[in-house]
Design a protein around this ligand. Sequence first.
Ligand code: SF4
Length: 295
Amino acid sequence: MPIHYQPVECKSFLHHFDKKFLPFSWGANPYRGCEHSCLYCFARYTHEYLGYNSGVDFDTKILVKANAAGVLEKELSRPGWKGDIVNLGSVSDPYQPAEKKFEITQQVLKIFAKHKNPLFVGTKSNLILRDIDLLSLMARRTTLIVYFTITTLDENIRRKIEPRAASTEERLDAVKQLSDAGVTVGILFMPIFPYLNDDFESINGLVKAVNNAGAKDLVLGVLVLRASCRNRVLSFIDEEFPELLPKYLALYKTAYAPKDYTRKIYRAVETARRKCGFKTFEMPVLREKQMTLEV
Ligand code: SF4
């Protein structure tokens, strides 16, 4: 599929949101749209605000914020800016293939590093290793956590649900290299697909693998079928795993799987975590680190 890149000028780069359950309230995205084309992506609807569709347009019409670094420099220099944590990649992957060509993420990383601004970076791409020296430096100067989404060790399933993202093996290798370079890496183990990657063996294998790679945090999430992805996911299940469709329809009467199902999954992950001695950190630890760095 040909990809169309459209450079745009942004007026602001940081955007504020108010979600009490998240440890940050600022997000930033060097690109709009995302070439990774994940089946379950629920950011797709954001492309409709631009006059595009949330299907193939989201995957192939990529807006490139060409002036992002200059705008960010001004935003972080404002007297009112308090140095809050920013989540880089809150809507689309900052290390999607476009980054190889345009390097906007690298440019804004340099600005965040210059201001020692606390940062979370979320990705599914090992292209992040290109910036390992910069990230390692930032990790010594401020709070920095790289979050890798890793959903399954089964490459066959991974290819179907995240067709253009890095393989799980590549992501695990990136987790290891970043951890070895002193960068704190967390794992977003989400979405957990009922009946596909939710058996104990799969969960245990993944928890063990990310622990061995040096990950320090594990955030879980069972598949949510919001309106923006419900039909897409159910059509996929129907095509690829037709025997599971009745089970999905029974489980997802609403966008969310029932609580007893999610509790069962959370217990399984907890058991796997304890089994291999994976200790997740708590956010207060990060605040302490930030205060120490600020002294
Ligand atoms: S990497 Fe994230 S933003 Fe990109 S398609 Fe996948 S879920 Fe959506």
